[in-house]
Ligand binder design. Structure first.
Ligand code: FES
Length: 507
C-alpha cells in the first residue's frame, strides 16, 4: 500500500481504542455463551442478558475490532438493490419482513443510545443507492420495491453528491454513527449488569448436548445451555453453510473535507465495483470523508492496487484529498442475499449462528441479537423463517455469480492438491515485502520476507479445509481464496473460519 493513502489503521479503532478485557483463565458455566464479540455477538449478549440470563462473550481477538471495527458504519435498511431481488426470491411478504426487521433493528439501536446515553456520533441522515449510468429505470423499480417493503423510499434525481447522478433511491431518517463507541459502551453496560467479556480467547471446540460445552485454545471449558456462533464466518459449520457463503474484501479510505462541501447523505452504487460514501464528524470545520469499494475475493488480488483505484476515484469526484486512513474490510455474502440467522443446523436444539450479512452487518447484527434472543426464549418473531439458515429452495435461485464463485472454490479444492507437485521455487527469489508459495523439502510452504530481510515460513495449507493460501503484499497477510481465512506471516489466525494457525516450517 502506498503512503499517499494515509496510515494503515481503521479510524474507528484509532479514535476508540477501548479497554482490554482478560482472557478466560478458568472453566465457567453460564446460561448462554456467545462466540464472537462484534455487532452480532455483543447485540445478542445484550439482549439475552436483558432477558435475565447469565452470559459470556468469548472473543478470539479484541472486542468490536474485527469486521465491526472496519465497517463504514451505516445503520440503514436500504441495502443497495436488495428489495427487487427479495421480491423475486422470497416474494412480497419476504421483502416486507426483511424491511420491517431491519427497521426494527435501527429503532432498537436508537433506543439503546437513548437509554444508556451512548455518545457515538449518532447522526440521522438519508441513505441513497445511486447510479450515474443508464440504470434509472432499475432504481425507480427498486424505490417502488423498497416502498412496498415498508421503507419510506422515493426515486430522486437530485442528491448532494458533487457530481450528477442518473437517479437514486432515497430513504430518509437512516443513521450513521461511530460503531466502536456504540459497541464499547454497550459492552460496558453489559459488564455492569454481570455479563462476562473475554478477549484473546479463541474457541476451538464445540460439544453439543444438554448442556453444550465449548473448549478454548488455552484448554478451558465453557458450559452453557445455549451457544451462539457469531464469528462472522462460522467457525463451526455443521450444516455446510460454507457452500452458501462467499467472502469478499473491500478497501476503505478517509480524507478530511471542508464541512461546507461534505455530503449530508450516505451513498452507495453498484457501479465501478461498488462505491460507498459517507462522512463523519472531524476537526476544525471539516468532516471526514469515508469512501469504500473495489471488492475482491481474498487471496486473489493485492489490496494496494484496489486502494490506488479507489483513491483515484475519490480525488476525481471530490477534488484534491489528503488521505488519512486506509484499511480493508471483509464481508460474507449469502447465496440468496438474506443473512443466515437461527439454528446452527437441522438437528440444533441449543446452538445458533449469525452470518452472511453481505456488508450490512450493523443493522443485521442488531436484528440478529433480537432474533436469536427471542429464539433462545422460545419465541419466534415473524421473520424467523426468512432468516432461518436451514431454509431450502432459495438456494436453487442463487445468482449465477455466486455459482461461479463456488465453482472457483471447487477448483481450488482439487487444483490446490495437485499444483504443489508441479511447482518448485527458491526462497532466495522472495524479495523483501513479498511472499510466495513453493515446495521446500517436500512441504508446500508459504514463504515471505519482511523489510529487514528476515524469512518467515509456514505451511501453505489453510487449516480450515486445506486450500492453498496466497500472499496479499499490501497487507502482509496470507489469505485463503476458499472461505476467506487470513493469517499473518507467522501463521497466526487473523480471520476465520480457520481456528488453528498455519504450521511453522523450517526453510
Ligand atoms: Fe476454508 Fe481456507 S478458509 S479452506
Amino acid at each position: 500500500m502506498s503512503d499517499h493513502t494515509g496510515t494503515q489503521t481503521s479510524y474507528w479503532i484509532e479514535t476508540a481504542p477501548g479497554v482490554p478485557r482478560p482472557a478466560l483463565s478458568e472453566d465457567i458455566t453460564v446460561d448462554v455463551a456467545v462466540v464472537g464479540g462484534g455487532m452480532a455477538g455483543l447485540s445478542t449478549a445484550w439482549e439475552v442478558a436483558r432477558g435475565g440470563r447469565s452470559v459470556a462473550v468469548l472473543e478470539a481477538d479484541r472486542l468490536a475490532e474485527g469486521v465491526t471495527g472496519h465497517t463504514t458504519a451505516k445503520l440503514t435498511a436500504l441495502h443497495s438493490l436488495v428489495y427487487q431481488r427479495l421480491r423475486r426470491t422470497r416474494g412480497e411478504d419476504g421483502a416486507r419482513l426483511y424491511g420491517r426487521s431491519q427497521l426494527e433493528a435501527i429503532g432498537r439501536a436508537a433506543e439503546l443510545v437513548d437509554e444508556l446515553g451512548i455518545d457515538c456520533e449518532w447522526e440521522t441522515a438519508p441513505a441513497f443507492t445511486y447510479a450515474t449510468d443508464d440504470r434509472a429505470s432499475e432504481l425507480r423499480a427498486e424505490a417502488e420495491a423498497a416502498r412496498e417493503a415498508g421503507l419510506p423510499a422515493e426515486f430522486v434525481t437530485d442528491t448532494d453528491l458533487p457530481f450528477p447522478v442518473a437517479g437514486a433511491v432515497g430513504v430518509a431518517d437512516q443513521v450513521q454513527f461511530h460503531p466502536r463507541k456504540y459497541l464499547l459502551a454497550l459492552a460496558e453496560a453489559l459488564e455492569r449488569g454481570g455479563g462476562q467479556l473475554y478477549e484473546h480467547t479463541r474457541v476451538v471446540g464445540l460439544h453439543e448436548g444438554e448442556p453444550c460445552r465449548l473448549t478454548t485454545e488455552a484448554g478451558h471449558t465453557v458450559t452453557a445451555r445455549d451457544v451462539v456462533v457469531a464469528t462472522h464466518y462460522p467457525i463451526f459449520d455443521r450444516a455446510l453453510l460454507f457452500a452458501r457463503l462467499s467472502p469478499r474484501r473491500e478497501v476503505v479510505l478517509t480524507a478530511p473535507i471542508d464541512a461546507g462541501r461534505a455530503p449530508q447523505g450516505m451513498y452507495i452504487t453498484p457501479e465501478e465495483n461498488t462505491r460507498s460514501v459517507r462522512t463523519a464528524p472531524y476537526r476544525d470545520g471539516t468532516r471526514l470523508l469515508i469512501v469504500t469499494g473495489e471488492h475482491f475475493t481474498p487471496g486473489t488480488s493485492d489490496t494496494g492496487e484496489h486502494l490506488t483505484r479507489l483513491a483515484d476515484w475519490a480525488t476525481a469526484h471530490f477534488g484534491p484529498l489528503e488521505f488519512r486512513h486506509r484499511w480493508a474490510t471483509q464481508d460474507n455474502d449469502s447465496s440468496d442475499t438474506v443473512p443466515l440467522v437461527g439454528p446452527l443446523h437441522a438437528a440444533s436444539r441449543h446452538t445458533y449462528v449469525a452470518t452472511g450479512f453481505g456488508g450490512w452487518g450493523l443493522s443485521g447484527g442488531v436484528m440478529a441479537g433480537l432474533l436469536l434472543s427471542a429464539l433462545i426464549d422460545g419465541r419466534e418473531p415473524p421473520w424467523t423463517g426468512l432468516y432461518d439458515p436451514r431454509r431450502v429452495g432459495t438456494v436453487l435461485r442463487e445468482a449465477p455469480a455466486f455459482l461461479k464463485y463456488q465453482a472457483k472454490v471447487a477448483q481450488h479444492f482439487v487444483g490446490d492438491r495437485l499444483a504443489p507437485f508441479l511447482e518448485g521455487g527458491s526462497v532466495d527469489d522472495v524479495a523483501p515485502g513479498d511472499g510466495a508459495v513453493m515446495r521446500v523439502g517436500g512441504h508446500v510452504c508459504a514463504v515471505s520476507r519482511d523489510d529487514s530481510g528476515q524469512l518467515h515460513a509456514v505451511s501453505a495449507r489453510c487449516t480450515h479445509l486445506g486450500c492453498l493460501v496466497a500472499f496479499n503484499r499490501a497487507e502482509r497477510a496470507w489469505e485463503c481464496p476458499c472461505h476467506g481465512s487470513r493469517f499473518d506471516v507467522d501463521g497466526r489466525v487473523l480471520q476465520g473460519p480457520a481456528t488453528r494457525p498455519l504450521e511453522q516450517r523450517d526453510v
